[in-house]
Ligand binder design. Structure first.
Ligand SMILES: Nc1ncnc2c1ncn2[C@@H]1O[C@H](COP(=O)(O)OP(=O)(O)OP(=O)(O)O)[C@@H](O)[C@H]1O
Ligand SMILES: [Mg+2]
Length: 380
């Protein structure tokens, strides 16, 4: 019998070719491009692969009719490649877009965490209030609560420590004064000789102790906060009064220079200003050359300067003088707390203090500059 060819609608290259055969392998029908040589000689069912073709066979009518279909492997590969590209190309564009999206999302949602970080960084000895930040991510919220608890505990611990220092210094004052009075009497009553010398020594030591406890109290006060005043304070009368006190108590060594303005306002507690001034002037009188005046001046821009003569302090020593219990090499007695107290007050009111030696415009001496925050006077 002659194999039937399916009439071709259009001459084209077939991707799939087929043969229809009977059980003995006689070709009954084939597609126009079909090449019988590429098919298995005996019809079989299911998939199989030859060197260049992928074949599929199926039977009908109780295995009397078989159809075999062949597809060139090249074509299959090309189809697979095309499918792969069709999938990959959009992905290539999608991946960067989604990465950018993730980055943007994380950035935006973590913005409040950044604000929180800044708030934590701003906290210090002066400010241990709880941190409030609106809309933190839910995962961070418990952390924020824990930090607030920690701040609270820290604040209480610091407060306890400060009030202990302040209280002890205060409690020491009375017994020290009483003992000092007793020793003085003892010294007067003692006969001329070694006993009186010893009494004098004890008296001196007690005076040192009283000075130290006074300094400790000042330091505790300075660290305790409340250094800013609610209403702006005119620094001129405060300064004039402070200098007057010193000049009355001894020597008239202080030359005061006030600004041309009628008033210079800054937000500092008058007591704190008094303590600051006292420490600076005390140092200038104690360590300055005795034959030179101490110059105290206040500028229009709220710059306070305290200058004294005497040997210049070397730079490495100068840098450490504001630390507690650090002293320069001097014979005068002291505890090394004065400049630390001054520094604490200055920081507490947002001002800045600089030490210079030799003093500006001189080849020796010592200068302390304190730049207060000037509050412009409102003219009404
Ligand atoms: N005006 C000054 N001129 C020269 N040296 C100074 C002056 N002020 C401070 N110093 C040096 O800085 C050191 C530290 O001063 P600070 O006031 O902190 O402590 P102190 O005066 O030694 O003790 P305290 O003030 O506690 O009684 C001093 O020992 C001194 O050597
Ligand atoms: Mg001092």
């Amino acid at each position: 019998r002659e194999a039937q060819h399916v009439a071709t609608l259009k001459i084209h290259k077939e991707y799939l070719t087929y043969l229809v055969r009977d059980a003995k392998g006689e070709i009954l029908m084939q597609s126009h491009d079909a090449d019988p040589k590429i098919f298995n000689t005996q019809p079989s069912e299911g998939f199989s692969t030859t060197e260049k073709y992928r074949l599929y066979g199926a039977s009908a009518l109780r295995e009397t009719l078989f159809i075999d279909i062949a597809e060139p492997l090249d074509h299959r590969r090309e189809a697979a490649r095309e499918a792969l590209f069709a999938l990959l190309l959009p992905l290539l564009a999608l991946i960067p877009i989604s990465l950018l999206g993730v980055w943007l999302f994380v950035r935006i949602s973590l913005r409040s965490v950044l604000a929180y970080r800044r708030a934590v960084e701003a906290r210090g000895v002066g400010d241990l209030s709880p941190i409030k930040v609106a809309r933190l991510p839910a995962e961070i919220d418990p952390l924020a609560d824990a930090v607030n608890h920690l701040l609270e505990r820290l604040r209480k611990a610091l407060e306890a420590e400060r009030s202990f220092t302040a209280n002890s210094a205060h409690e020491l004052r009375t017994p020290l004064a009483a003992t000092l009075a007793q020793i003085q009497r003892l010294r007067h009553e003692a006969p001329e000789g070694p006993l009186r010398v010893r009494a004098a020594k004890i008296e001196n030591s007690l005076r040192e102790l009283a000075r130290l406890s006074e300094k400790l109290m000042q330091l505790a006060k300075a660290e305790g906060g409340g250094l800013l005043s609610e209403a702006p304070q005119d620094l001129i009368p405060l300064l004039a009064h402070g200098v007057d006190e010193w000049n009355h108590s001894g020597g008239q060594r202080i030359a005061l220079q006030l600004p041309s303005q009628a008033s210079v306002y800054s937000a500092i507690d008058p007591d704190a200003f008094g303590i600051l001034l006292r420490n600076l002037i005390e140092n200038a009188l104690k360590y300055g050359a005795a034959d030179q005046p101490v110059e105290v001046s206040l500028g229009d821009q709220a710059l306070l300067r305290v200058v004294n003569g005497g040997q210049a302090v070397p730079e490495p020593v100068l840098r450490r003088l504001t630390e507690r219990f650090v002293r320069g090499n001097s014979d005068a007695s002291g505890s090394g707390l004065g400049l630390a107290i001054a520094q604490t007050i200055v920081q507490g009111v947002g001002a800045s203090m600089t030490l210079a030696s030799p003093a500006t415009g001189r080849d020796q001496g010592f200068e302390v500059r304190v730049q207060f925050v000037l509050i412009p006077t409102v003219k009404e």
